[in-house]
Each structure stands twice: as structure tokens, then as C-alpha cells.
Design a protein around this ligand. Structure first.
Ligand SMILES: [Mg+2]
Length: 622
């Protein structure tokens, strides 16, 4: 008996040696170095290329395969992660064959019917991210301004910011993994990110009003629970509300109470306190017409009216009672069409605004006395807010570094006004909210908006603390009052992400405090006429850009041609950039007149067509 055991132990040692030797020779060879349970494992298991079995990371002691029930458990230093229930539940959320998706700035977004597996897997990823960050992570089910039939999902990082870029890549790998690869993708993330699998995880889930959202949110829950993590389903919320909730949870309430009601109370109080400071003779009973895009923003704004008991009457249209989400309404429709949604009967000079489908974007608009439509986009919003903050900074006499962050699409007039008139530094980043948000974090006060109306203001911790202290302790009454106004403004802003409700209340408060009509706001500067065109090319990758997408590095000679063309017009500017999704090059041009902007855009399109491999018909003059 003893002899037999000794022979068995020797056999194990020989096998271990063979495995070590093989693992050195074959990089992806799976190492099975079981101690006590080695007798259950056969040589052919060691040589297995079973894709269900994760490649063993260095800091993992072993991967135990129980031959009888096929259970796979990943062990670390006496910790483990059970993939069996992931495997079981994943079968109920199978991936359509051949479907490949990419996690971009907007997360995943496509037809709702293709997203069930993605939701399940993003539930899994949120758990790993939560364990790694030791914080609550958010999962928002929405496709924003896309048609009702689409849906999407975004993960929210601990401070309410967007998911870190490295994790965007994990999200893509996990979403595109075949069924049998899921465990290995998860194990790979655990290893690369040193995830402590024994750490508790918590996921906050929210969704928009799409018909498909509820079922897809359930798939997220399945992903979360299959890894044994906890979650709270917040149900119907705007995207910014979920970002707010995640930030509140992770700051233990310092940012606010982590409920939708907490959000309403925080913003309503800040708004009410701010407008009480109105010293001008402006109309204190103001009203604004809100196009809610038939989405979640309209629903939540109606809920919030109960808390907003003072100073602002909201006329909410496209509230989802009968219309279709984002159909002939919403911020995107108004900006692209340059007209109000049908049915919105504007009186001259009446302030109107449009939310997008998940209420993280807003644009304002009005009709002047002559019946002309005027749009106030993200550039105008950034200018109004940064002007107000700059004036407050002067009043409190604080030397804080403030900047505005824009993209190349910001109208040249707004940049010129901010830099030359307001003396506020302006920085340009690549298109995509995450780039703007990241840049804005570099300043004490960073105002960022995309022209499409997505944006917010970020305050550094020290700037916020300085202002709050001043509001409490400043002995000079005027300065203290300005500091209190500053503090109320900070409380009103949703710093985690662009927020249509928060931005709207801030704009309404500023207009009241500065005693400005919408037309006066619009007249702060005049937009330069501009034109955007598309050129079809054989391969969009021939265009590479630099300087925040404002200059083309390749193909050779293209930028020189654009520079020569721009010189021919007054107040002109033009740039080209490849589309992120199709073989198209996007052209932007602006100049002193619409005719010149059109002519410049056409000339640049022609240069792209000729130098960058245009296909189809040559661009024609407009
Ligand atoms: Mg949106």
C-alpha cells in the first residue's frame, strides 16, 4: 500500500516535471500542477487545448478541473472565482454568430435585438471593475439619441466618469468572445488588472425608456449575479442621474444622497438658493419650453417639478405620452435640422430647449421677431457659463486657473470671444467627450462642451474647498456673497458628466442673475458661417491627423493644399478627419460668409477626393 502511494507520488513528480518542461516550450500550454487532487487529472487533460480553460496567470496557483462535473474554478491565494454559474447563465444570453462590436465613447450601441449577450457580459465586466476599484460601478442601458429600435450600454467608473480606456478594450474583447472563450477572457482581465477576486463588488444599474431596456437590464443583472456580486437596479433614470448616484455611493454621500430623490433635492436647493441671490430687476417668474425627446429626461423633469417649487415654470413637450423616442424631436433633431420639433409653437423670443434621449445633452433655441430660428449650441452654453464663472472669480478675488475645452468643431467665433474678450484660455482636444473631460480635469475650473450640447464644468478638489471656505468665513460681505453664489453654482452642476437637467437649471439661473434675454445671450458673439461635408474614400485610414484632429499628417500634400485654400478666404478655417465607422472623410470649413464657407468646404472636399483616394462621383459645388 505504502509502496503504491510512493509510486503514485513519484508519478506526480514526474508529471509535474513534464508539465513544467512543456509549459516552457509551449507558451499557451495549460499548466495543471495539482497537489492532492492530481490523481483525478490525466495527461491528456494537461495537454488539452480546451478553450474553456483559462490560461493560468502567474499569480494563480491552480486551475482545478473536477472531471466528474466539469466545474471550473479559478483559485488564487486561497481565494476563488466560480465560473460555473457564468457558464450556465451565459448559455441563456448567447452571442449571435459572427457579430462583432466595439466599445466606443458611447459604449456599445446597435439594434436592441443583438445586445442581450453584451448586457450579460457587461454585468460580468462591471463586477471585475468593481472588485478592482473597490467601488460601486454603474451600468447604464441606453442608446441616447439613436432611434427607438436601437439600444446600448455604458459602464460608469467610480467618480461617475466614463470607463477607463484600458477597460474599453476589455469590454470589446469580452463582448466579442465566443461562448467557450468567456472564462479565459475574464481570467485574462483578472490577471492583467490584478483584480482581487475576493473583494466585494457592487453594481448600480439604470435604464432609459426604450421598450427593450427593461429586458436588457435583466441580462445585466444575470451577469452581475452569476459572479456572486451585489447590485441595485435603479430602474428608469437619466444617464447623468446614474453617474451622480455612482459618485454619491463612492464618496459615501459627500457628493449627495445616492438616490434619484437625493439628486432632485440637491439640484433644486442649489437652484433655489442661487436665484434667491438675484439682485437685478429681472423677471423672477420665468418659464421655459422643454422638448423632452419623448424620453427619460421628460419623465424625470416632470418628477422634479415637485421639488422645483420656485422661480421656474417648465412646459414639457414631447414627454413620451404619445410620440416616439427621438423621432422628429430632441437635441439632435433640432441641431441637425436647424428647426424646432413639429408641434412646438414658439412665441417670439421665448426660450426653448431640447434634451436628447437619455438627457445628457441640451441645446437652446428661439425664434426672433422676424420669424428666424436661432440655435444656441454647446459653444454658446460654454461661453455663457464660463463668462459667469470668470466674473465670479473676479468678485471673490481668487487666483484659480480656469479654462474652456472645446473640439475642432467649436465655432471660431466662440474661441475668439473667449480668448480675446474674456481672456479665458481655450484648449482643443480630439472629438469625444472623454477627451474633453480628461483635459478639463487639469484646471481648477474646467468648462467643457461639445458643440452638440454635451458638457459640464469640473472643479478641482482644492478649488472647491477654497470656495466653500470663503463662503463660510469671508468677512467682506460682497466677497462672501459672491463666494456663496459660487458655492451654489458648484452644487447645481453635475460634475460627473454632461447633464441636460443640471445644465438647463444653471443656464436659467445665469440668465436671471445676469438679467439676460435669450437674444442677448445669443448676441454675445455671432457664429461664423460654416459647412460640414463628407467625402467617400476607398480607405479612410489614409488620413491621419494631429493637433487635436486639426491637421492632416497623411496623405502627403493634403494639409499643404488645405492651408493654401484657407488663405483665400477671410476668417477661415478648415480641417478633415476620418470617420470612426465608415470609409468617409469628414470636412469642416468656416469663413466670413456662408458662400465662402461653402466654397471652401467644396474646395477642401475636392482636395480630399483627389489626394486621399476618393471614390464615386467627384464632389460638386454646393
Ligand atoms: Mg445622450
Amino acid at each position: 500500500m505504502r509502496k503504491a502511494r510512493k509510486q503514485s507520488e513519484e508519478m506526480v513528480l514526474i508529471c509535474d516535471f513534464m508539465v513544467s518542461l512543456l509549459s516552457m516550450m509551449i507558451p499557451r500550454f495549460l499548466v495543471w500542477s495539482e497537489g492532492v487532487g492530481a490523481e483525478n487529472i490525466r495527461i491528456r487533460d494537461w495537454l488539452s487545448c480546451d478553450p474553456e480553460i483559462p490560461t493560468l496567470p502567474k499569480n494563480f496557483y491552480s486551475l482545478n478541473k473536477k472531471a466528474d462535473n466539469g466545474q471550473h474554478t479559478l483559485y488564487t491565494d486561497n481565494l476563488y472565482m466560480d465560473f460555473e454559474s457564468v457558464k450556465q447563465l451565459s448559455l441563456q444570453h448567447s452571442k449571435p454568430a459572427g457579430l462583432l462590436l466595439q466599445y466606443g465613447t458611447a459604449g456599445f450601441r446597435t439594434k436592441a435585438e443583438y445586445l442581450d449577450h453584451v448586457m450579460f457580459r457587461m454585468g460580468l465586466l462591471a463586477v471585475l471593475r468593481s472588485k478592482q476599484q473597490k467601488s460601486t460601478i454603474g451600468v447604464m442601458v441606453t442608446a441616447s439619441h439613436n432611434p427607438e429600435e436601437d439600444n446600448g450600454v455604458k459602464l460608469v467608473d467610480p467618480m461617475g466618469e466614463m470607463l477607463a480606456p484600458a477597460w474599453e478594450e476589455y469590454a470589446t474583447s469580452l463582448a466579442n468572445a465566443e461562448e467557450l472563450e468567456i472564462s479565459s477572457v475574464l481570467a485574462d482581465i483578472v490577471q492583467k488588472e490584478s483584480v482581487d477576486v475576493n473583494q466585494n463588488a457592487f453594481v448600480a444599474i439604470g435604464r432609459d425608456t426604450r421598450h427593450s431596456s427593461e429586458k436588457l437590464a435583466h441580462a445585466v443583472v444575470d451577469g452581475v449575479t452569476s459572479l456572486g456580486a451585489q447590485y441595485q437596479d435603479y430602474g428608469l433614470v437619466t444617464t447623468p442621474q446614474l453617474h451622480y448616484i455612482v459618485c454619491c455611493r463612492n464618496t459615501e454621500g459627500q457628493y449627495g444622497t445616492a438616490t434619484v430623490e437625493g439628486y432632485y433635492k440637491k439640484l433644486s436647493k442649489a437652484f433655489s438658493d442661487l436665484i434667491k441671490q438675484n439682485a437685478s430687476s429681472g423677471d423672477s417668474h420665468r418659464s421655459v419650453r422643454v422638448d423632452g425627446a419623448n424620453g427619460i429626461g421628460a419623465m424625470k423633469l416632470k418628477e422634479m417639478e415637485h421639488y422645483l417649487q420656485t422661480g421656474l415654470f417648465l412646459h414639457v413637450l414631447n414627454d413620451g405620452a404619445c410620440g416616439k423616442l427621438n423621432h422628429l424631436c430632441g437635441a439632435d433633431y433640432v441641431k441637425v435640422q436647424q428647426k424646432p420639433p413639429p408641434g412646438l409653437d414658439m412665441k417670439p423670443m421665448e426660450r426653448c430647449c431640447s434634451f436628447d434621449g437619455d438627457a445628457d445633452r441640451i441645446v437652446y433655441f428661439y425664434n426672433d421677431g422676424a420669424g428666424h430660428f436661432h440655435l444656441l449650441d454647446g459653444d454658446k452654453i460654454a461661453t455663457l457659463i464660463s463668462t459667469f464663472l470668470k466674473e465670479l472669480l473676479l468678485k471673490v478675488d481668487l487666483n484659480l486657473k480656469m479654462a474652456v475645452v472645446q473640439t475642432a468643431y467649436a465655432n471660431g467665433s466662440s474661441t475668439r470671444y473667449l480668448e480675446e474678450t474674456m481672456k479665458v484660455p481655450v484648449y482643443c482636444t480630439k472629438t469625444g467627450v472623454k477627451h474633453l473631460h480628461h483635459k478639463a480635469q487639469e484646471f481648477d475650473i474646467g468648462v467643457y462642451f461639445e458643440a452638440n450640447g454635451h458638457g459640464t464644468v469640473l472643479f478641482s478638489k482644492s478649488a472647491e474647498e477654497t470656495i466653500r471656505q470663503l463662503a463660510k468665513h469671508e468677512t467682506d460681505a460682497k466677497k462672501r456673497e459672491a463666494a456663496e453664489m459660487f458655492e451654489n453654482t458648484i452644487n447645481l452642476i453635475n460634475q460627473t458628466v454632461g447633464d441636460a437637467i443640471s445644465d438647463m437649471l444653471l443656464i436659467e439661473a445665469i440668465l436671471l442673475l445676469k438679467n439676460l434675454t435669450v437674444q442677448q445671450w445669443d448676441a454675445i458673439y455671432t457664429d461664423l458661417p460654416n459647412r460640414q461635408l463628407k467625402v467617400k474614400v476607398a480607405d479612410r485610414r489614409v488620413i491621419e491627423t494631429t493637433d487635436a484632429e486639426r491637421r492632416a499628417v497623411t496623405p502627403p500634400g493634403l494639409q499643404e493644399k488645405i492651408d493654401d485654400l484657407v488663405k483665400q478666404y477671410k476668417l477661415s478655417r478648415a480641417f478633415v478627419r476620418p470617420s470612426g465607422t465608415e470609409d468617409v472623410v469628414r470636412v469642416y470649413a468656416e469663413a466670413d460668409t456662408q458662400e465662402n464657407a461653402d466654397a471652401l468646404a467644396h474646395a477642401v472636399s475636392l482636395a480630399v477626393y483627389q489626394v486621399a483616394g476618393g471614390v464615386g462621383e467627384e464632389p460638386k459645388p454646393l
